[in-house]
Design a protein. Structure first.
Length: 63
């Protein structure tokens, strides 16, 4: 598999939490304490976006 692509599986825990696979965290430099944005579309699914990728679009402290 290419280094710029990754497919993984995460299970949802009892509290609704998921673990982002290590390979994905490394690819996007996601560290403990970082924020992610959850994008949802009932027909297309769920996507995660690292918050700092778009933080300059929002007033400071919103994300």
């Amino acid at each position: 598999m290419e280094k710029d692509k990754f497919v993984g599986v995460s299970k949802v825990g009892e509290k609704g939490q998921i673990v982002i696979p290590k390979e994905a965290r490394e690819m996007f430099d996601i560290k403990p304490g970082d924020s992610v944005i959850v994008l949802c579309d009932k027909n297309k699914g769920i996507a995660l976006l690292k918050a700092d990728a778009i933080e300059d679009l929002f007033p400071k402290g919103v994300l």
